[in-house]
Design a protein around this ligand. Structure first.
Ligand code: NI
Length: 178
């Protein structure tokens, strides 16, 4: 296994719609293992493939005991609304309240290519929605009001003005969570 470099806000791949996985093979399994390792090293609860520069519909979540492999994931049903704080490994040190459905039923393939389906609430539900957003090129800040989003982007640009690089080794990014 190996740690993968994270792509940060500004990297074009974060805005790409990712391509479905045609076959779950050894290469995909290795990649899933690397995603888990990278996410754990960065102390995140979820990580999508395009956050490491790979525009394929693969993500992982490990939150509150839910270890989920999301290959070609799809939300089948959602209900309720809940507001909670989110961060993102691609936008280190930035957090904001995001309102999302409280409960989601998701289907996906696991690393064996087996279809699974689960109804989730709480942090796992939030993390799965956040990661599926990534696969569609959507970031949590897109859920904020225009004013809040503009403020956050302006602050981020200012803070990163001296360091315009979009790609970082995990060790130098996100000492907290995301
Ligand atoms: Ni994220």
């Amino acid at each position: 296994m190996s740690l993968l470099d994270l792509h940060l806000l500004g990297s074009p791949v974060l805005r790409e719609a990712s391509a479905p996985v045609a076959a779950v093979d050894d290469e995909v399994r290795r990649f899933v293992a690397d995603l888990f390792e990278t996410m754990h090293a960065a102390k995140g609860v979820g990580l999508a493939a395009n956050q490491v520069g790979v525009a394929r519909r693969i993500a992982v979540v490990d939150a509150e005991g839910e270890r989920l492999v999301l290959i070609n994931p799809r939300i089948l049903a959602s209900q309720g609304k809940e507001t909670g704080e989110e961060g993102c490994l691609s936008i280190p040190d930035y957090y904001a309240d995001v309102t999302r459905p409280e409960q989601v039923t998701v289907e996906a393939l696991d690393e064996q290519g087996q279809r699974w389906e689960k109804t989730l609430t709480g942090l796992p539900a939030r993390a799965v929605q956040h990661e599926i957003d990534h696969l569609d090129g959507i970031l949590f800040l897109d859920h904020l009001s225009l004013l809040k989003r503009k403020r956050m982007l302006a602050k981020y640009k200012k803070e990163h003005a001296d360091d315009p690089s979009f790609i970082k080794p995990v060790a130098t990014v996100a000492p907290e969570k995301g």
